[in-house]
Design a protein. Structure first.
Length: 202
C-alpha cells in the first residue's frame, strides 16, 4: 500500500511538469504558419528600409560635396578679390618689358590682365588643369583650389568707362566637385561665382 502511494505522488508530480511544459510552449513557441508570415513581412520591409538608408546616405554625400565646393569657391574668390583690391595699382598686357598698360583710358577693356603691385612686382591669376592658380614674378605658383574640385569658365577682365572713374575688374567662374562617375545620383550641383572689384587709383 505504501509503494502505491509513492508511485502516485511521483505520477502527479510528473503530470504537473508536463502541464507546465506545454503551457510554456503554448505561450512562447511560434507555429510554422506564424514563422512563414513573419518572414514574408520581413522580406517586404527590408528592401524598403535599405532604400531609405541608401537615399539618406546619397543626400548626405551630396551635402558634404556641396559644402566642399562652396568652401573652395569662397576661398578662391576671397583670395583673388583681396589681393587685387589691396595690392594692385595698375594692369598690363604682359608681365615683362616691353608691356603696355591696359584699362587706363576711357572706354577700354582687356581680358586676363597682369597686375602690378606697390613693390613693382607682377602677379596674375589663371586656370591650370581646372584649378585656379595665383602666380607672381617673385613667388612660386600657389593653387587656390584643390584637385577635389573642378573649375570651369574662369574669366578675369578689366574695364574703364571714363578717365574720371576707376578701372573695374570682373571675376567669374564655375566650380563643381571632381568625380569620374556618370551616374546622375553621384553628380553635384555646380556653383557659379561672380564679382566686381574697383581698382584703387594710383
Amino acid at each position: 500500500m505504501g509503494k502505491m502511494r509513492f508511485h502516485r505522488s511521483h505520477l502527479k508530480l510528473f503530470r504537473r511538469y508536463i502541464n507546465v511544459y506545454f503551457w510554456i510552449k503554448k505561450v512562447t513557441a511560434f507555429t510554422l504558419i506564424e514563422i512563414i508570415i513573419m518572414l514574408g513581412v520581413i522580406s517586404l520591409i527590408l528592401p524598403t528600409l535599405f532604400s531609405i538608408v541608401f537615399l539618406i546616405l546619397q543626400q548626405q554625400t551630396k551635402i558634404i560635396r556641396l559644402q566642399e565646393i562652396k568652401r573652395e569657391g569662397d576661398f578662391a574668390l576671397t583670395a583673388i578679390k583681396s589681393t587685387i583690391k589691396n595690392s594692385a595699382v595698375a594692369m598690363y598686357n604682359f608681365m615683362v618689358a616691353p608691356n603696355n598698360e591696359v584699362c587706363n583710358t576711357a572706354n577700354s577693356t582687356y581680358n586676363n590682365p597682369y597686375f602690378l603691385d606697390k613693390n613693382n612686382n607682377f602677379f596674375y591669376f589663371n586656370l591650370d588643369n581646372n584649378q585656379i592658380s595665383s602666380r607672381s614674378s617673385n613667388l612660386n605658383p600657389m593653387p587656390l583650389t584643390s584637385n577635389r574640385t573642378t573649375v570651369t569658365n574662369f574669366s578675369l577682365s578689366c574695364r574703364r568707362d571714363n578717365l574720371y572713374s576707376s578701372a573695374i575688374v570682373s571675376i567669374e567662374f564655375d566650380i563643381t566637385y571632381n568625380t569620374n562617375s556618370n551616374r546622375p545620383e553621384e553628380k553635384t550641383n555646380t556653383l557659379h561665382y561672380q564679382t566686381k572689384i574697383k581698382l584703387k587709383p594710383k
